[in-house]
Ligand binder design. Structure first.
Ligand code: ZN
Length: 264
């Protein structure tokens, strides 16, 4: 299959469309949209994917390794294993998997770029200005349909650096809570809610780091043979009551919060 250099006269329109999509896919705005976003929003027979430029160089990465499969480095066994993965990624010979792939049966296009949107633009067909207009309409409609999914993915990736240790099962609970908080706001206020959630997630990360430090300190005390209080109400017990995860569990279970005045 041939690829085409995106013509000068439509490069700006195409860049603008992809930047808009990238921005919509990252409502928290923690990454500049110019690199694109990682999203797989296929559903109802619509293919809708975006992938940042990848240079992981893993041989089973369809974006990086996709090109190697045609070279000599792979055994037949590896080729048999990788071919279906590469095929499903939309890869084409010589280019690897596309950075953007949309196909709803009517509008259909694969785009490749080098590092950032607009640079080294290639497409799997020659596009005209009316094609871009048609693509824009189809993609934005598909994006609107997937609002909840986009938000859910965004919350998930914002939370992904929050280490809840043993209580990592709470992550989906927190995701749902943050998502519900954003969605409960009227559309016009959603951006503010997203900022609020963003601040809350940063605070969660800060606390989870502190909890981790407390855990390490506890382990150091153990190692040094220094006895710690086993009484969970005693704040010296770094291992338990002070950890963020324990406090979160108490909150989720509806139990008393640490530091509240519980009569003993
Ligand atoms: Zn890669």
């Amino acid at each position: 299959m041939a690829v085409f250099i995106v013509q000068d006269e439509i490069q700006d329109d195409l860049s603008q469309l992809l930047l808009e999509i990238s921005k919509r896919l990252q409502p928290f705005g923690s990454e500049p949209p110019v690199y694109g976003a990682n999203a797989a929003l296929d559903s109802d027979g619509i293919i809708f994917r975006m992938q940042k430029y990848c240079w992981c160089e893993a041989m089973d990465c369809p974006w990086c390794g996709g090109e190697l499969i045609t070279q000599n480095g792979y055994s037949n066994h590896e080729i048999l294993r990788l071919e279906p993965i590469f095929e499903a990624s939309g890869r084409i010979d010589g280019e690897g998997a596309p950075n953007f792939w949309f196909d709803d049966g009517e509008a259909s296009i694969k785009i490749w770029w080098y590092k950032y949107i607009g640079r080294g633009f290639l497409s799997d067909r020659l596009m005209t200005a009316p094609d871009i207009a048609h693509l824009r309409k189809a993609v934005l409609a598909a994006l609107a349909d997937r609002d909840t999914e986009v938000l859910r993915n965004a919350v998930r990736s914002e939370l992904s650096y929050t280490d809840l240790g043993d209580s990592s099962s709470l992550l989906p609970v927190l995701q749902d809570a943050f998502l519900a908080l954003i969605q409960s706001a009227p559309k016009a206020d959603q951006e503010n809610k997203i900022s609020e959630v963003s601040v809350a997630i940063q605070e969660l990360q800060r606390q989870s780091n502190m909890a981790h430090q407390a855990q390490l300190a506890g382990e150091a005390l153990d190692k040094a043979g220094i006895a710690r209080s086993a009484n969970p109400e005693d704040p010296e017990d770094l291992q338990f009551e002070l950890t963020l995860t324990t406090r979160l569990e108490h909150l989720v279970d509806g139990n008393e919060r640490l530091g509240s005045d519980t009569p003993s």
